[in-house]
Every structure is written in structure tokens, then in C-alpha cells.
Design a protein around this ligand. Structure first.
Ligand code: NAD
Length: 244
């Protein structure tokens, strides 16, 4: 086993309160494209049009076309991969305190992780902006086949329960994530470019509170310099090596 992996394995075994922090990269091997990096969604869709709340409020047709052609078919098919499953194993061992995720795909929960903090919401649930009625992705998809943009039975506009650019993060989730980062002894970043704030502040908070910081990401990140261990590999290659 390579010496960096061995060092990480020792660190994982010695830690009692591990926090995993996942980004789009952890789900790339489940077939969900990342935003940034090679083949990222932003090379095809302009985030200023498809992911900002102002544009959504002006004309949500762009978003719903993207949802119909890209988001829904891909997320409907996606299954958790080895990396998601390994985090479930660490939780069962009692050493993983929680998973903080920037992902909106619900794959950690589908894998079986029970303590998941979703910083950017979930695309699996859709709400009416007027009466707050909840719809599943499938229900929204069926509605938009009839009506573009889709509407609630009360006539209100529908919106996915995700945090778009220009929207605040859910305060409860952010508070939970900050507490977890402050109180962990090992903080492992998995597949995040660490450029979206305030989420990217969490590894810094963990480090300032004396936790070890590990970054497992294919590309360099702005926080590599403060990490104790950096591994540039697929999360699903690395995590299974840490589980006995
Ligand atoms: P990002 O797209 O900015 O960066 C992903 C990073 O993952 C890249 O740096 C890339 O090098 C790395 N990567 C790709 N495949 C990997 C793998 N198999 N193993 C390890 N690393 C890998 O993603 P982010 O940092 O999560 O950023 C931001 C936003 O993207 C978040 O707000 C999130 O909501 C959203 N997002 C979520 C999903 C999803 O839910 N699956 C998909 C796309 C984007």
C-alpha cells in the first residue's frame, strides 16, 4: 500500500470524530457530472442563466429545460458508488460523526448514511413558491411535460429545494455543519473544488480547531497548502483502502 494511503489509514483509525465533507466529485462516478473540472456542466450551461435565483425568478424556463433534459434523467438513474458506501461503513464503526454535503443528489441518504447535512438543499424535492406544497422530482417532471414552466395545483410557481446562486444557505444546516467542523478530530474533503463559499470555509474552521485536514480531490484546491494529507485520486479508489 502506498505510504500516503497508509498514513491516512492510520489517521482514520486513530480518529474518533470524523467529518466527511463531500462535493460534486464524489458523485461523478455515479454518473452525475461535476460543475467544474473536465466535462463539468458549466462548460455546457452558463451558471449565470441556469443557477442564479434572479434569472430563475425572471424566466424559469431555462432551468426547467435543463431539469427535463439533464438533471432529472441523470439523477433518476444514479446509484451510490463505493465512496458513498464506505462512509456508511465508517458511520457503522461509530467514528464518523456526520457527512456534510454540497451535493443535491441525495446519494448519501440512498447509500444509508443517517447523519447528512445538506448545505445546498436537495433537487429531489420541489416546492410551490406560493402554498409550499411539496412535489417529488417525478411529479415535477410529469407536470412540466404538460406545462412549461410547471405550476402547482394552486397556480404558484414550482422551484427545486436547492440553493441557487444569490440565495442564502439554510441557516440550520450551516450551523450544524459549523458545529461539526469545530468539534471533529479529522475532516476529510471528498471531491470538492473548495471554491464555493461559505461551504469552503468549513475545512478552515476544522483546521483552526486542531482537527487534521485531508483533501481527496482529482484537481488541486486552494486549501491544499493547509491540509495534512492531499491525495489526487478518485474518492472511490481511496476510501475502500481505508476500510478493513
Ligand atoms: P465542483 O464541480 O466545483 O468540483 C468538483 C471537484 O471534484 C473538482 O475539483 C474535481 O477535480 C473533483 N473530482 C471529480 N471527480 C472526482 C472523483 N471521482 N474523486 C475525487 N474528486 C473528483 O463541485 P463542488 O466543489 O461540490 O461545488 C460546487 C457546487 O456544485 C455545489 O454547490 C453543489 O451543490 C454543486 N453540484 C452538485 C452535484 C451533485 O449533487 N452531484 C453535481 C454538480 C454540482
Amino acid at each position: 500500500m502506498d505510504s500516503t494511503i497508509l498514513k491516512l489509514k492510520k489517521l482514520v483509525n486513530a480518529s474518533k470524530k470524523i467529518v466527511a465533507f463531500s462535493g460534486a466529485g464524489i458523485s461523478s462516478e455515479s454518473g452525475i457530472p461535476t460543475y467544474r473540472g473536465a466535462g463539468g456542466l458549466w462548460s455546457k450551461y452558463n451558471p449565470n442563466i441556469y443557477a442564479t435565483i434572479n434569472c430563475f425568478l425572471q424566466d424559469s424556463t431555462y432551468y426547467w429545460n435543463f431539469f427535463r433534459d439533464e438533471r432529472y434523467p441523470i439523477i433518476k438513474r444514479a446509484k451510490p458508488n463505493q465512496a458513498h458506501m464506505c462512509l456508511v461503513e465508517l458511520e457503522k464503526k461509530g467514528t464518523l460523526s456526520c457527512v456534510i454535503t454540497q451535493n443535491i443528489d441525495g446519494l448519501h441518504q440512498e447509500a444509508g448514511s443517517s447523519k447528512v447535512v445538506e448545505l445546498h438543499g436537495s433537487t429531489r424535492n420541489i416546492s410551490c413558491m406560493n402554498c409550499k406544497k411539496q412535489y417529488t422530482m417525478k411529479e415535477a417532471y410529469d407536470r412540466l411535460k404538460e406545462q412549461m414552466p410547471p405550476r402547482c395545483s394552486c397556480g404558484g410557481a414550482l422551484k427545486p429545494n436547492t440553493v441557487m446562486f444569490g440565495e442564502p444557505l439554510p441557516q440550520m444546516a450551516l450551523k450544524e455543519a459549523m458545529n461539526a467542523a469545530k468539534n471533529c478530530d479529522l475532516f476529510i474533503v471528498l471531491g470538492s473544488s473548495l471554491v464555493v463559499y461559505p461551504a469552503a470555509q468549513l475545512p478552515v474552521i476544522a483546521k483552526e480547531n486542531k482537527a487534521h485536514l485531508v483533501i481527496i480531490n482529482l484537481d488541486p484546491t486552494p486549501l491544499d497548502d493547509i491540509a495534512d494529507i492531499v491525495i489526487r485520486d478518485n474518492a472511490s479508489n481511496v476510501l475502500p483502502k481505508l476500510i478493513d
